[in-house]
Design a protein around this ligand. Structure first.
Ligand code: SF4
Ligand code: ZN
Length: 709
């Protein structure tokens, strides 16, 4: 028995809860017991308390009985693994209370790059990457590595494997010292110090609340969810103290093993183990938590991983730049016959990076030939869009847009490490083969940097884009006889099913009908299954017998019917990673839409995060629905409810994002070119009175449409 550790966990729980009590009493004295207490931008209040016991904490005085209860029920000198977990839970409550006090009166105590509390939009942003295993796991690293170089190496190793990082204590300074890039964009969250580690826990627990649809206070379901679905582990580095050890047993309660580089008197097999060797600690931890990686060896001198997708390369840091309106650039994926391709071949036509000076701007053509026995012309676009992600995953590479508006930079660091243009080819070939093995048999890449050649080849590319767009225009819900399901998010939202149709992208915005079709070819037993369109029940509302049957069977029999074209009746469910949410606004006889990026208030009296808290978890909530942004400009956009003309409010940024297509669709719907200006946004206000008078003044069509109810 690891008595010593268990004793420390008990001592830690005593210290943590006493400390919480002192701070809570001080706060009550200073601010008054009726001072509201909450974290910023979350629908889950104090997530540890919401998830584990379900109390609705509103003000400081609500925390008093909770802390008292925990001291009585959890803090006990029970020197068993179960006892240590119970003490760990007490440390969680204490840490949550201590942290929440830092946010009183709307304060945000964090200076960049420290993040402190991670708001709901951050959680939702990474939903898809967690479910599709782009991010295969989460490492919570607490303490201080043996030296800063070792810390940086450790992080690099985890990042190259795509692991999400939650960091706490001195390791953050060690990494900053080594210029390791940290922050939300790098999926490496420097939470803070000491009790701020709790923000990793309240992130994980919100996974269960937001995606899993677990009700507040259902601790058993929450623990099961964490154990089975959240692939996290804890690295406890450097000197430990009792409070930390207690919290580490809290992690063990959630099913996350703890690996420490400090000698311990006795290990708790499978749960609390010693591994001093930094070369071994990562593979050892992954194995312990059962995290399996797709190993892709890419022969390039830079690190490749999703952690670098959000990295930007500013103009001043660029060694070389392509496209972006400064030079001509394009990318094209072309399906070819077996004789037109030499598998694995990479050619650079024009200057290589060694032939140019720092700060150059070059034209670029990325031309990818693909042959596959099961390849189809329809998949060219699906594969071509991946160029963006694959290139962006490279550290020091930056890629925006696509097709003939692509814009690419290589930073000075990557150049110094020996990155060459031909390495674009290495990345693309390795990635296409590993991610699309069923449709991609051979890949060849030609990188054009020669001006004349780029100008010549871009003609072929443009012809191909044009042809594809024509094909897409013809692709309507009526023109196909199958839709596709997507159940990828079931690993987090077990009852959720997306029905993906040509004119309705999955609510994450990342899975179109063509994507789903390609994915079905790649993995016939995977998350995207064809649903034959049979047994029309209501054409206008978009209800089919076969779709209902499919949804029923794959939602664990929780959902009997779904209507594709309405918000008001049997709407599609939401998992949690929706790009936008729409909600009815009865006063205006219309609906509003807000996005994950928009943190402000909306006319229905809720922010995105609060709204999101009430639509997720795979349940139908008529009048509210999570959607992909592109669905708004689809001809099938809530067509049974009156379509586009129902929109009375959306954030400016969303208007700008959709503008061109929105105007086109407005004209098609007979709403006129200026309809977009009749839709209110945050500059008009979020108060329904204000909005109503704006809508009346502009003559908004929703006001005279059939009643929404
Ligand atoms: Fe998840 Fe739906 Fe997107 Fe599939 S389409 S990944 S189920 S949100
Ligand atoms: Zn999802």
């Amino acid at each position: 028995m690891a008595n010593h550790l268990y004793k420390q966990a008990f001592d830690g729980a005593v210290i943590a809860t006493s400390y919480a009590e002192i701070l809570l009493n001080q706060a009550i004295k200073e601010h008054g017991e009726d001072t509201p207490v909450c974290y910023p931008d979350t629908a889950y209040k104090l997530p540890v308390i919401t998830a584990l016991s379900g109390e609705d904490v509103k003000t400081l005085k609500d925390l008093v009985p909770i802390l008292n209860r925990i001291r009585v029920t959890n803090v006990k000198e029970d020197l068993t693994l179960e006892g240590a977990k119970t003490n760990g839970e007490a440390a969680f409550y204490a840490a949550e209370i201590i942290e929440a006090l830092r946010y009183l009166k709307g304060q945000n105590p964090h200076v960049k790059p420290w993040t402190g509390f991670l708001a709901d939009p951050v959680l939702r942003k990474f939903g898809i990457q967690l479910v599709d295993f782009t991010i295969p796991g989460v490492a919570v690293i607490i303490g201080k590595a043996k030296d800063s170089k070792a810390a940086a190496r450790l992080i690099k190793e985890l990042q190259s494997k795509g692991i999400m990082l939650m960091l706490c204590n001195e390791i953050i300074e060690q990494l900053l010292e080594e210029n390791v890039k940290l922050g939300i964009d790098y999926i490496a969250f420097p939470l803070g110090n000491f009790t701020q580690a709790i923000h990793a826990v309240n992130f994980a627990l919100r996974g269960g609340l937001a995606f899993g649809g677990i009700t507040p206070g259902n601790k058993a379901a929450q623990l099961e969810y964490q154990r089975n679905r959240v692939r996290a582990f804890v690295l406890a580095l450097g000197e430990q103290d009792e409070v930390r050890i207690a919290a580490e047993f809290g992690a063990i309660m959630l099913g996350f093993p703890v690996i420490t580089d400090q000698p311990i008197a006795e290990e708790v097999p499978d749960w609390y183990v010693y591994q001093p060797d930094y070369e071994k600690i990562v593979p050892y931890s992954l194995e312990l938590r059962g995290i399996k990686l797709k190993i892709v060896d890419i022969n390039v001198p830079i690190t490749i991983g999703p952690a670098f997708e959000g990295e930007t390369v500013r103009g001043a840091d660029a060694y070389v730049e392509f496209g972006g309106g400064r030079t001509t650039a394009f990318e094209l994926v072309k399906m070819v016959g077996p004789d037109e391709i030499e598998d694995g071949k990479i050619t650079v036509v024009g200057p290589e990076i060694d032939d140019i000076e720092e700060g150059s701007k070059l034209p670029l053509g990325i031309y990818v030939k693909i042959y596959g026995r099961k390849m189809q012309p329809d998949f060219e676009g699906v594969l071509e869009r991946r160029v963006h992600y694959f290139v962006n995953y490279g550290e020091g590479l930056w890629h925006v847009a696509q097709r003939d508006i692509a814009w690419v930079r290589i930073n000075k660091d990557a150049h110094a490490k020996g990155f060459k243009f031909r390495h674009f080819g290495e990345i693309l070939i390795a990635k296409y083969k590993s991610e699309f093995p069923a449709i991609v048999d051979r890949v060849e890449v030609i990188i054009y940097t020669d001006k004349e050649q780029v100008e010549e080849r871009i003609k072929e590319a443009r012809a191909a884009y044009h042809q594809r767009d024509e094909r897409l225009r013809g692709l309507t819900d009526e023109s196909v006889d199958v839709f596709y399901s997507c159940t990828l998010c079931q690993s987090f939202a077990p009852n959720h099913v997306c029905v993906v149709a040509p004119e309705r992208v999955g609510l994450c915005g990342a899975v179109s009908w063509l994507d789903a079709k390609a994915s079905f070819e790649i993995t016939p037993t995977g998350p995207n299954q064809p649903i034959k369109k049979e047994g029309t029940i209501d054409e206008n509302k978009g209800i089919w017998r076969s779709v209902n049957e499919f949804v029923y069977n794959s939602s664990n029999r929780t959902l009997e019917e779904v209507a594709l074209y309405t918000l008001m009746e049997l709407p599609m469910t939401s998992c949690g990673c929706f790009e936008a949410i729409m909600a009815m606004v009865p006063e205006a006889n219309g609906l509003m839409i807000t996005t994950r990026e928009h943190s402000g208030m909306t006319p229905c009296g809720m922010t995105f995060s609060t709204l999101a808290g009430s639509v997720g978890g795979g349940v139908q909530s008529p009048g509210f629905m999570g959607i992909g942004k592109r669905y708004i400009v689809s001809k099938k956009f809530i067509k049974a409810d009156g379509g586009l003309g129902r929109i009375i409010w959306m954030p400016k940024d969303l208007k700008d994002f959709l503008r061109e297509d929105f105007i086109k669709r407005s004209v098609e719907e007979g709403l006129g070119e200026d309809f977009i200006d009749k839709v209110a946004d945050e500059s008009v206000g979020t108060d329904t009175e204000q909005i109503l008078s704006f809508l009346e003044e502009k003559g908004h069509p929703a006001l005279t449409m059939d009643p929404l109810f």
